[in-house]
Write a protein that binds this ligand. Sequence first.
Ligand SMILES: C[S@@+](CC[C@H](N)C(=O)[O-])C[C@H]1O[C@@H](n2cnc3c(N)ncnc32)[C@H](O)[C@@H]1O
Length: 508
Amino acid sequence: MNAKNGAADGAEEPHGSDYDRLPYPSLPIAYTQPGALAAMATLFGAAPADVSTASVLEIGCASGGNIVPLAVRFPHARFLGVDLSARHVAEANARIAALGLTNISVRQGDITSTQFEREAFDFIICHGVFSWVPRVAQDAILRICGESLRPAGVAAISYNVLPGWHTRRIVRDILLFHADPKASPADRVARARKALADIAGAAAGNSPYVSLLRSEAQRLAKAPSAYIMGEFLAEQNTPCYFSEFATRAAANGLTYLCDGEVATSLPDYFAPTISKRVRELAGESALGVQQYTDFFTGRPFRRSLLVPSAGAPKPMLALDPVRARHLHFSADLRRRAEPSKAGEAVYLDHRGRPIRPKGPVASAIVEGLARAYPGTCTLDELFHGTKLSDEAKALQILTLLLISEQATVSTVPLRVGRGDGACPRAWHLARLEAAARQPLVTGQHHAPVRLIAALAQLMPHLTGENDRAALMRLAANTTDSASQTLGTPDQALAQALSFAARHGLLEP
Ligand SMILES: C[S@@+](CC[C@H](N)C(=O)[O-])C[C@H]1O[C@@H](n2cnc3c(N)ncnc32)[C@H](O)[C@@H]1O
């Protein structure tokens, strides 16, 4: 399931890539879920395929941390992963075998020489690859998307963008200057971190340059080694302008639709203070608006969704809320213990921002979403059991939650367990990952979850066959054996189940 029981087990291949020697931590990436891509495509005017029976390709799938959980979640869809690294592919195949999956295959191959002659896909995912491979491989990614997407298909490609990435380029140059190409990737990363910390620590003054060094040194001190290796020390990192990406996509029969999230796809909302000026400069061109937004904001990274140009919808710079009518919303909202001064309920979003719903429609939406999280609700489900009927208002509120990054959306419902039944059962993928002592397990909402101690010990036993008394005994035993203070067994169980429920680890 992880590097420990993967085939390669730390062995280095004689001519292995850096990825073979410092594997990339392969994790679920929420925006790449076909349900999320299909919802974005729907909001921006396309009519994507039914996810439950879709055909999905992931280019550069590493050891399958993203694609394997999708294959578990959608047993009637088909998944194919391709990756250059033999070690990554061996690990992915070990995961697939351990889970007994028959709807997924992961093969080793170089994308530059891969053809999918008879295969066509409803969704193509290529995250964390495009900017980090040579030009010939970038061309191959766009060629494959152009040739192998079905007419209603959607491709998601992430990449570093200019001019924003220029500032990180300064740090990359400093780190590369200190890198010993003969050293192992781990040694190169350690040396790079130290060099940047030393320089940023000793630099004097508060010029924009010194501030950049300090903030990047702080950021990279906490960043995973594989990220530093991939972004700052790898041979390849070629950011490009959005306009160049869109032009190259167009040459392959692909049209930019939107980005991976609503907020950044709509510059009017993403950067409201400059949107008027952006519009003046870009004129009528929707792609120009995107490019000018990058000039104004300096964003360093994009996750762009592309669709076949034949039949592509017209670019949109505003959302029609009606398009959200049948979508499934999820929002990480919690009710704050104390109400507002006026006695109204106050909720906090995932960033701790307060939401004070005004009126019955907003209250029903916010309450319903908070209760269901990480499960999803449609408008009908939010209105169910109420006398509310103002759909237009509800859709407006729901799209505002999307625009303000307080909700996510999918074409697929998610139902999760609350841990309040007699014999709680964890999602079997996360249970196996926990049993294999993976540091991060996969939530059903397709996000990585770091388990708290109380739950890490209990997860393998949440099979749906152990009742609460049995789980409490297990909690008592494991608490003793681990010599950890997790409170009384019933406190440990309550804490574990509440965490598991909140992080989408329990089945309904
Ligand atoms: C930074 S990792 C990203 C992995 C994964 N998509 C993610 O975001 O977690 C880049 C992956 O692309 C793969 N890769 C690089 N060049 C490739 C090529 N020419 N053909 C296929 N895969 C390639 C690497 O082996 C590596 O697993």
